[in-house]
Design a protein around this ligand. Structure first.
Ligand SMILES: [Zn+2]
Length: 107
C-alpha cells in the first residue's frame, strides 16, 4: 500500500477511535441517567433499556477494538493485508470499513 493511502486510512481510523470512545461514554451515561430518573413502577422497562444500552456498548466496544487492532497493524506494516490469504485488501473494502482484516474473498 502507498504511504499516502496508509496515512489516509490511519487518519480515518484515529477519527473512528475518537468517535467510538465518545459514543461508548454516551451510551454508558445514558444508561445511568435512566436508572436515576426511573421509578419503581418502571423497573421492567429500565431493565430492558439498560439491556439494549449494554448490547450497544458491546457492539461499539467490539468495533473500537477492531479499530485499535487496525491502528496497531498500521504501525507493524501489516495493514491492508488479509489475515486469511495474506492477499491485499482492496481499497473498496477499506473505504467501507477501514478496520477490515479480511479481503472481499475471505470475509
Ligand atoms: Zn483474503
Amino acid at each position: 500500500m502507498k504511504e499516502e493511502e496508509l496515512k489516509k486510512y490511519e487518519a480515518t481510523l484515529l477519527g473512528l477511535q475518537v468517535n467510538l470512545s465518545k459514543e461508548i461514554k454516551d451510551v454508558i451515561r445514558g444508561g445511568n441517567d435512566m436508572g436515576e430518573i426511573g421509578n419503581r413502577d418502571e423497573e421492567a422497562d429500565e431493565t430492558e433499556e439498560s439491556g439494549i444500552a449494554h448490547a450497544e456498548q458491546i457492539t461499539l466496544k467490539g468495533r473500537l477494538h477492531a479499530v485499535l487492532d487496525a491502528l496497531e497493524r498500521v504501525k507493524t506494516g501489516a495493514y491492508g493485508t488479509c489475515l486469511e490469504c495474506r492477499g491485499v485488501i482492496s481499497t473498496d473494502v477499506l473505504d467501507a470499513a477501514p478496520e477490515s482484516l479480511y479481503c472481499a474473498g475471505c470475509k
